[in-house]
Ligand binder design. Structure first.
Ligand code: NAD
Length: 721
């Protein structure tokens, strides 16, 4: 019995169009039912082979094929993994039958085809991608801790060669627009319209009646050579080393498994290669890292990017004309992402020259995009033409949205809002990109605090995917909805947090740096401290980060925070890190990269040279007695416990916001699936996490005290979220 998921339409021209269209779902996915239908379709194709001259495989959905069922993969256990591996083998067998049908098969890829969805297309002889809006192609499995297990690694290696397949497709999981996919070589043609796509498909079938995959043609050789050919053999030993170098010791198994699959599979026949691929894939599927990464980087991120935290009842409203106050590093970046998203931007600074400099930043980024062929000259002119530099507040007229990015000074921020509030539209949203100042306090400077909100961007704005939306006491739900609409329109991910000092991200990242700096002060070699962080999976060491953020700034923020909290009668505990930070700033005059002197030395261009030897001379002691795992877990636990406190204090609102905010905003190791997932999946579950935090507290101090809320949940055998 079949579920009629693949429509069969044989034309008078003897071209058979197979349209994949699962009637039970909005997208086509690799369900068991689909596998049954695919097998039944292949039976019929083979039986009726003489009735058609070629096949066009396409989809009845907006997307071509959505790939594997990630819910199933996320919940896989060592017990269910064999069943999943069997499923992969079923697909592999079906795809193999398709590519050896003896008739030309063309994939007319009418929309996004990622992961398993693209593996379907790889089993055809010719791939034509429609240049549809938002359409993405590729094999991103590695970004979920997996590898493409339905023939994806095996076929891309045979198509492109080991190096290109690993570097450009499977090793980093790039999601490519059709033009890029063509350039990389995973599709053969791009069509501007559906009609053109089908015309091209028919023409290709007519011209290639004997089509076969290159690897099924006698005399085929893997492009670039197999691992035993001299050119590849010479470089092969460096491959895993390079992957490990990129990973910086992070415990992510997928990139290494991808490489092993590619290299081992390239030395054997295709069926053996498929078996190798299945084995590596099944291992990853039943591991914890893929569960973590699917949970946060697919499901949590999906929830957020669908506007999961958006208050209901307000129509979607994206800005048309935005006033950006301050054309410095952040303002210039914010202007750029807005202009790229089609918004008009008034970029205001104290002088026209400063505003022009801010606009020049966009020109620089656009020059690069133009050189790479990512945009046309027309597009370049259009985007740059949307940015209007100004030093005249009167130019704020007609703006329906404001993003303020002047210096981090509450008085100045209130002043600039006061200057423009009556000039912009009467209901313009008033956003501030402060990184630390409480939003509720800043909103006392405006007439409409309900429309005032924090829009905390990260640097560099064009690259960093997160915006932390900060809700003040008076901020309205409508303002939150508008801030989310804006963030999604500029193609960033919005997390929503309630107002507090340092919000979620700035506050929690401070724990990471304090812990690392305290370790140096306690005698640990700074290189070990950096290694502890990167081997735990942090993208950069905490000392490098402290240099980047600048310790003078950190010192200033900490001092004013301490003063304010003490004035409010609240508790303040000094960290062992602070005397060292103070010494770095005041005694050694080494505040960070900006000055060319911090924990690291820098050359004149700001390039990091090496750790400052003075640090070792003055602080490092061989008898510090701190185990490497303790170094790592002090950083991870300090951030985790503070995140739990953020929930207790009502700063954080949802688990997806915490997980995604921690990975995208503060570099919490991605393999953990984010900070809450890290706590939940710690060995022994919550109870195990609590017991370990108690140990750290006994050894290192009260900052590892377990919040009562966590202890109660652990005792009840629950998880967070
Ligand atoms: P910056 O010093 O590069 O830029 C500030 C700009 O504001 C300068 O060009 C200055 O001329 C301009 N300015 C000052 N007074 C003004 C006025 N009255 N009207 C118009 N413009 C005025 O600073 P930045 O790094 O871009 O930071 C800006 C804001 O963004 C700060 O609040 C900062 O805390 C926040 N922030 C910074 C980062 C970061 O990584 N740098 C990250 C997130 C948020």
């Amino acid at each position: 019995m079949t579920d009629n998921m693949i429509a069969w339409d044989l034309g008078a021209d003897r071209v058979l169009v197979l349209t994949m269209d699962d009637p039970n779902q909005s997208t086509n996915t690799m369900t068991e039912a689909f596998a049954r239908d695919l097998t039944a379709t292949l039976d019929r194709l083979e039986a009726e082979r003489d009735s058609f001259d070629g096949v066009i495989l396409t989809s009845g959905k907006d997307t071509f094929f959505a790939g594997g069922d990630l819910n199933l993969l996320m919940n896989a256990t060592p017990e269910t993994a064999p069943q999943i591996a069997l499923g992969l083998d079923t697909y592999k067998a079906a795809f193999r039958r398709l590519e050896t049908l003896g008739k030309p098969v063309v994939a007319a890829i009418n929309g996004t085809a990622l992961g398993g969805g693209f593996e379907v297309a790889l089993a055809t002889h010719h791939r034509i991608a429609l240049d549809a809006k938002g359409s993405l192609l590729g094999l991103p499995e590695v970004t979920f801790g997996l590898l493409p297990g339905a023939g994806g690694v095996t076929r891309t290696v045979r198509l492109l060669g080991i190096t290109s397949a690993v570097l450009n497709v499977v090793g980093q999981g790039q999601r490519m627009k059709p033009a890029k996919a063509l350039q990389v070589g995973i599709v053969h043609e791009v069509a501007a319209t559906r009609e053109e796509m089908f015309d091209k498909a028919r023409a290709w079938i007519a011209a290639n009646p004997e089509a076969a995959q290159p690897w099924d043609v006698k005399g085929y050789k893997i492009p670039g050579g197999t691992p035993s050919s001299p050119a590849v053999a010479a470089n092969l030993p460096a491959f895993p080393a390079n992957v490990r170098k990129q990973l910086k010791g992070s415990p992510m198994p997928a990139p290494i498994a991808v490489l092993a699959t590619a290299v081992e599979g390239a030395q054997v026949d295709i069926d053996t290669a498929f078996a190798i691929e299945t084995r590596y894939c099944a291992n990853l599927i039943c591991g914890q890292v893929s569960t973590n990464m699917i949970k946060s980087l697919f499901f949590d991120l999906g929830t957020i990017n669908k506007g999961g935290s958006r208050p209901e009842g307000f129509p979607v409203r994206t800005p048309e004309k935005v006033l950006v106050l301050g054309a410095g590093m952040m303002g210039a970046g914010i202007a750029y992402v807005q202009a790229r998203a089609g918004m008009q931007v008034v970029l205001e600074d104290v002088t026209v020259e400063a505003a022009e400099r801010g606009k020049a930043y966009s020109a620089k980024l656009l020059d690069k995009a133009l050189r790479k062929g990512a945009i046309t000259q027309d597009k370049y002119d259009e985007i740059l033409g949307r940015i209007h530099p100004s030093a005249d507040p009167a130019d704020a007229a007609g703006c329906d949205f404001v993003v303020e990015a002047v210096f981090e000074d509450p008085g100045l921020k209130k002043k600039v809002f006061g200057e423009i509030e009556h000039l912009v539209n009467a209901d313009a949203l008033l956003g501030s990109n402060t990184s630390t100042l409480p939003i509720t306090d800043l909103s006392t400077g405006v007439q409409r605090p309900k429309d005032f909100i924090g829009l905390h961007f990260f640097s560099p704005v064009d690259k960093m995917p997160l915006v932390e939306i900060v809700v003040g006491e008076q901020t309205s739900d409508e303002a939150i909805a508008r801030a989310i609409d804006y963030t999604l329109a500029i193609k960033k991910t919005p997390i929503v947090v309630n107002d507090s000092r340092g919000f979620f991200t700035s506050r929690v990242i401070g724990q990471f740096m304090d812990e690392a700096i305290a370790l140096v002060a306690e005698g640990v070699h700074p290189a070990s401290v950096e290694q502890a962080a990167t081997q735990a999976g942090y993208p950069v060491g905490a000392l490098a980060l402290a240099d980047e953020i600048n310790m003078k700034l950190a010192q200033k923020i900490r001092r004013s925070l301490k003063e304010n909290l003490l004035a409010e009668g609240k508790n303040w505990v000094d960290s062992k890190a602070y005397p060292l930070v103070d010494a770095m700033v005041d005694d050694f005059e080494r505040p960070g990269r900006l000055e060319g002197r911090g924990f690291y030395e820098y050359d004149a261009d700001g390039k990091k040279l090496g750790l400052w030897p003075g640090l070792v001379e003055k602080y490092t002691r061989d008898d510090h007695g701190i185990a490497f795992i303790d170094m790592q877990e002090r950083m991870l636990f300090a951030e985790s416990l503070d995140t739990v406190r953020c929930f207790d204090e009502g700063v954080l609102r949802t688990v997806p916001d915490a997980n995604i905010g921690s990975i995208f905003g503060i570099g919490f190791p991605a393999w953990t699936g984010g900070v809450i997932q890290y706590i939940n999946q710690y060995a022994g579950g919550l109870a195990g996490f609590v017991a370990r935090a108690d140990e750290l507290r006994a050894a290192y101090g009260d900052r590892f005290e377990v919040p009562e809320s966590l202890r109660v949940k652990a005792a009840a055998g629950e998880t967070l979220g």
